[in-house]
Design a protein around this ligand. Structure first.
Ligand SMILES: [Zn+2]
Length: 61
């Protein structure tokens, strides 16, 4: 099982690159068991969406 540190790292990396199947599976298992990493996953996702929207906004100028 991943540590929380490994899980949060994968959660951030997932935004920049596709995870390997094994990483994906390990991460899912950790997220099922760990509530704080689930919450972290939601936060990074929201942040990255916001960052994308700002970027689009900039490029639209
Ligand atoms: Zn965790």
């Amino acid at each position: 099982m991943l540590t929380c540190r490994q899980a949060t790292q994968l959660l951030s990396e997932r935004l920049d690159r596709p995870l390997l199947f094994l990483e994906q599976a390990d991460l899912q298992i950790h997220l099922l068991a760990c509530r704080s990493c689930r919450r972290y996953g939601k936060q990074v996702k929201t942040l990255s969406q916001l960052a994308k929207e700002f970027k689009n906004f900039d490029e639209g100028k």
